[in-house]
Design a protein around this ligand. Structure first.
Ligand code: 5GP
Length: 116
């Protein structure tokens, strides 16, 4: 399993470094990406430090559902009524750069497909 015990996102969860937090509950937190790739670019992360999606286990079933529903809620809150994209980069080939599971919410413009 990859090590996700301490990343930049741990510091955001603990409020040790600033972030534009748009949603928080006891299981998850959502904040604006520091380098937005679209007019709306928000990250949804579990407070529990799971390094990447491929490390999630059966016991994380409810948390995974919660993250997806949280992303929907945050996208609604951000006014993305015209649509949006959810992205999870997993591991090296997936382009993951922070080893703490996160869902990207991207929207506010038409998004092309396929991604690079
Ligand atoms: P990944 O490439 O791992 O899928 O996505 C990591 C994301 O985290 C990137 O989009 C990057 O811009 C964002 N990010 C990295 N460090 C910080 C930070 O300190 N604050 C915020 N708000 N976003 C960050």
């Amino acid at each position: 399993m990859s090590d996700a015990t301490e990343t930049i996102f741990s510091k955001i969860i603990r409020k040790e470094i600033p972030a534009e937090i748009v949603y928080e509950d006891n299981l998850a937190i959502a904040f604006k990406d520091i380098a937005p790739q679209a007019p709306v670019h928000i990250l949804v992360i579990p407070k529990q430090p799971i390094a990447q999606l491929s490390d999630a286990e059966s016991k994380d079933h409810a948390l995974m559902g919660h993250l997806l529903l949280t992303a929907k809620r945050v996208a609604d809150q951000a006014g993305l009524s015209n649509g949006y994209r959810l992205v999870i980069n997993n591991g090296l080939d997936g382009g993951q750069t922070v080893n703490h599971l996160h869902l990207h919410i991207l929207g506010g413009r038409p998004l092309s497909w396929p991604p690079g």
